[in-house]
Design a protein around this ligand. Structure first.
Ligand SMILES: Cc1cc2nc3c(=O)[nH]c(=O)nc-3n(C[C@H](O)[C@H](O)[C@H](O)COP(=O)(O)O)c2cc1C
Length: 398
């Protein structure tokens, strides 16, 4: 059994429900579903599944092999979810590359972060990787009081991704401060705290509890939550509300504020500009794309909530396009995410205009993927004669 496989099946790595991570819930293992199958860990990134060949699609067509693309490269089968062979060697033998990046005055040792909600507070992963090597861990979204989340089933597998409707289950800000933050502070990586709320005041109450707390480098504000006072409209889809809430978060926070955008809008640039106008120090994107699956045998919805958020490699080109559009529209730094599963994906986000990247669902398949991405980024810089990783940001040739 490989370590990656062990990680998603071992109770310590996957099963702790006491820390807000609830990976069994995430994976469906709490509902008798085969955890490996839900996570895809039983296949690594099996080319058939990644390409859809297991679902009747012709693998060559799905992979682009019929269009002259190398099948292994197109599928990612040449790298599983890691780096190209030889990356390690390049890193060890190559010249030094400056990997440090700075966002709103905060220095991160490299541009590779974890995406909120996919990493708990890092405890489970610390059994598999040295967290101090990460640029930052972004903690699971926290609210002013504990949230129970949605009932099961709350995950569903999709082609090259997964749907979730966890519903931002979390133990609340007090439990986070008492239990998770002390651990994160000792971990030696950057610490980003993700904040959730149903209305502006709920966000401000969390931020007030985090004010002046040492060891928090930055706040990430998740505005993909439904606004109860506006009939469930997602806060982040209304530019006026986004600007107002950004201004409010800035007024309450003592740490830099990064607004996390929802992709479920017509024009993402408008929302990015609203964040900038409200005084945001940075933006991050994308959160999950709204999706649905129907169980045709039971002829009902797969998820308890009917709809869920789509993440994983399937959304990567959409996320990349949105990062590029935002980079053209605003001058504040961008943390890009959405489907990143290898160093090459991360390079694309940097070239499109991101200063750093966050890795989400890929951690479920390979808990060491972030470290492979850091090494792969460095190897890429060595291969391309780039001495400072910051030079890649926005460097796509037009
Ligand atoms: C199970 C799960 C839970 C998530 N929880 C949160 C959350 O609490 N707050 C948040 O801002 N984003 C949350 N996200 C969204 C991710 O942080 C990320 O934006 C998204 O999944 C796209 O990245 P990926 O394709 O690399 O996973 C969650 C995603 C998943 C899959």
């Amino acid at each position: 059994m490989t370590e990656a496989r062990k990680s998603v099946t071992a109770p310590n790595a996957a099963g702790r429900t006491d820390r807000g991570m609830e990976q069994n819930g995430v994976c469906g293992a709490d509902r008798g579903m085969e955890q490996k199958a839900v996570c895809g860990a039983d296949r690594g990134m099996d080319p058939d599944t990644v390409c859809g060949a297991d679902r009747g699609m012709d693998r060559d067509t799905a992979c682009g092999a019929d269009r002259g693309m190398d099948r292994d490269t197109a599928c990612g089968a040449d790298r599983g979810s890691g780096c190209p062979a030889g990356a390690e060697k390049d890193v060890k033998n190559g010249p030094d590359v400056r990997m440090e990046v700075e966002i709103a005055g905060v220095k991160f040792k490299n541009p590779v972060f974890t995406a909120s909600g996919t990493y708990g507070s890092g405890m489970e992963y610390s059994e598999w990787i040295d967290l101090s090597r990460l640029g930052a861990v972004t903690a699971k979204g926290i609210s002013d009081v504990p949230w129970e989340g949605n009932p099961a089933p709350r995950v569903a597998e999709t082609a090259s991704g997964m749907l979730n409707c966890i519903g931002l289950q979390n133990p609340g800000v007090d439990a986070f401060l008492e239990r998770d933050l002390p651990f994160l502070r000792k971990a030696g990586c950057g610490v980003i705290v993700n904040v959730a709320g149903h209305e502006p005041d709920e966000y401000y109450r969390v931020i007030d509890r985090l004010r002046d707390v040492p060891g928090i480098d930055m706040l990430e504000i998740n505005i993909s939550c439904p606004n109860v006072k506006a009939g469930g409209l997602v806060l982040g889809t209304d530019p006026g509300m986004v600007e107002e809430i950004t201004r409010g978060c800035k007024a309450h926070a003592t740490q830099p504020v990064m607004m996390k955008l929802t992709p479920n809008v017509t024009d993402i640039k408008v929302l990015a500009k609203a964040c900038e106008a409200g005084g945001a120090d940075a933006i991050s994107l994308i959160n999950t794309l709204t999706g649905m699956r129907i169980d045709i045998e039971r002829q009902t919805f797969v998820l308890s909530n009917r709809v869920g958020g789509l993440s994983g490699p399937a959304i990567m080109p959409v996320a990349l396009r949105m990062v590029y559009e935002c980079a053209q529209a605003v001058s504040i730094p961008i943390v890009g995410m959405g489907g990143i599963s290898c160093a090459e994906d991360a390079v694309e986000f940097l070239l499109a205009g991101a200063t750093a990247v966050s890795v989400g669902m890929a951690n479920f398949i390979n808990p060491k993927v972030t470290l492979e991405i850091i090494d792969g980024l460095k190897a890429y810089c060595v291969r391309h004669g780039v001495a400072d990783i910051r030079k890649l940001t926005g460097a796509v040739k037009k």
